[in-house]
Structure formats: C-alpha cells, structure tokens
Design a protein around this ligand. Structure first.
Ligand code: PAF
Length: 287
C-alpha cells in the first residue's frame, strides 16, 4: 500500500496504473474509518483493479460552530484498516494542499442542496461538491464509491458527475448497520451509552414506516407523527426532519408511491459528548 500526502505523487501512481491498463476505484472519506467504509472498499476491490482511499477532513463542508475541529481523527487506525482491506493507495493531503493560499473557486450546487440536510446546513453541499470534484480531478477514477447513509450527498454527487460530464461511474453501497440497526457513522463515537441505546429508535421508526408504505396503509403526516414520537420518546434525540421523497429529485412526495426514500435527521440533545450533533439515516423503498 502506498501512502502519500502529495497530489503529484498520487497522480503519478494512478498514471502508472493507467498505462498498465488498470481500472481505478476511489472512495473519498474523512477518515475515522469503520465497517461502513470497509464495505465501500470491498466493493471497489471487486469492481476495479486498483483502489484509492482519500482521507481528508474537509473544512469547507463544516459551518462555523459545527464539529470540524472535534471531528474524530484516527490516522493510525485508518491506515491499519486500509492495509487490512488491501487498498493500493491512501491519499491523505493536508489542508493547504487542497485549499492553497488564494483559493477562491468553488462548486455551487443548485436547488438539490437547498433541501433537507442542505437547509439545515447552508453551504455544506457546496463544500462537499468542491472537495469531491477536486478529488475526482486528482485521482481520475473510473468508479467512485459512496455510502447510502448520506443519501442526499450521493444524489448530489450523481448530479455533479452528470453536470461536469465526468467519465466516472457512481456506485452507492447500502448502509452498514450495527446488530441493533444503528447506521454506522464516524460520529457514533460521540454517543454516550444512553444516547447510543436511544439512537436505535431512528432505524426502528424507519423500518416501521417502510412496512406501512409497503402495505400502502398510511399517510405521510400520520407516519411522520408516529416516527417522531418514537424517536423523541426518550428525550435524547430531537427530530429535525422526516422526509418522504422522490429518490432522484429529493422532492417531497404528496402520495406515498414508490420508489420512495424516507429521510430522517435528528439532533442529539443529551448533555455531554454528543450534544447538538446530527444523526441521519434513510430507507429506500421500491428501487
Ligand atoms: O461523506 C464524507 O465522508 C464526506 O462528505 C466526503 C464525501 C469524503 C467529502 O468530504
């Protein structure tokens, strides 16, 4: 496994592989790797001859006051996982490399970024799209692999690829969950034991709603109210939004026809380690 912080070195290495006729998969990450990332890596290794993992906590996707500084960083453990998963190149640039002095050109995402997470975190998806476009430009992958957990992010990256005519295939891998259903996330380390236990209500509520949608026996307002009650019952999580949407446009669906994605965002209210942090999840129905 090659580890580099340098754009030139990453490009040189990918260039060598290209000359040898190898296909390249890229998994953009912010580190603090977990089994969800392992699933993305494994998918890349099945699809491509060479796999690149980028590790970069991207400052431009955090608003002032969000957890950029405290975002979990686990460099050694990340490299251990990358080695164990037999990736070929870990690209871990520093801030100045990605955002050189004088940096002033960004991607602005259109109305897709005004919905849901974008409404709660203005500017977030511009930061994501900018860094992902840079990583695509540096690595030049054939395939880019993202997780379904960040559903809106994946939809926006699909749009970015189409809008910039990038010759990249996007692959979205199903969310990996703990045994009790909690979606794996780098931010789960912030949860104290009581909040960790309560967090399982998020997927419980989603599963319950999915069953009702499949049976076609409920209205969005009814489902939303029950889900909210379930998630907020113990008092440690507050629902920010529950959306029943078209999985391509993310526009809310009036009638619960499939294909449908149910998006949930919550904020942890437990005093202490997890206070104020967002936990999102979703289920996709009929795709
Ligand atoms: O999903 C993430 O970890 C980040 O948003 C990404 C795609 C690596 C961009 O910084």
């Amino acid at each position: 496994m090659i580890v580099t912080k340098s754009i030139a070195a990453a490009r040189r290495q990918v260039g060598r592989w290209r000359k040898q006729g190898f296909s390249v998969g890229l998994i953009p990450t912010m580190g603090a790797l977990h089994n969800g990332h392992r699933a993305l890596i494994r998918r890349s290794r099945r699809l491509c001859d060479r796999t690149v993992v980028s590790i970069f906590v991207n400052p431009t996707q955090f608003a002032p006051g969000e957890d950029y500084r405290k975002y979990p960083r686990a460099w050694r453990e990340d490299l251990t996982i990358c080695r164990a998963e037999k990736i070929d190149l870990a690209f871990a640039p520093v801030g100045r490399t990605i955002y050189p002095t004088g940096f002033q050109t960004s991607v602005h995402v259109g109305p897709l970024a005004d919905l849901w997470e974008g409404a709660a975190r203005p500017g977030h998806f511009d930061g994501v799209a900018t860094v992902v476009l840079k990583l695509f430009n540096i690595v030049g992958p054939d395939v880019a692999i993202f997780g379904q957990k960040d559903f809106q992010q994946a939809v926006i990256i699909r749009r970015l690829i189409a809008d910039f005519n990038l010759p990249i295939r996007l692959v979205v891998v199903s969310t990996v969950r703990e045994r009790d259903g909690l979606a794996l996330s780098s931010r789960n380390v912030y949860l104290d034991p009581a909040s960790r236990a309560d967090a399982t209500a998020i997927f419980r509520a989603l599963k319950w709603a999915r069953t009702r949608v499949r049976r076609r026996d409920a209205k969005a307002a009814v489902l939303r109210a029950r889900m909210k009650a379930e998630i907020e019952a113990a008092g440690r999580f507050k629902v920010d939004y529950i959306g029943f949407c078209n999985p391509e446009t993310l526009e809310p669906r009036c009638r619960l026809e499939t294909p449908l994605v149910i998006l949930v965002a919550t904020v942890c209210r437990a005093k202490g380690a997890a206070f104020g942090r967002r936990y999102i999840d979703n289920v996709l129905i009929g795709v």
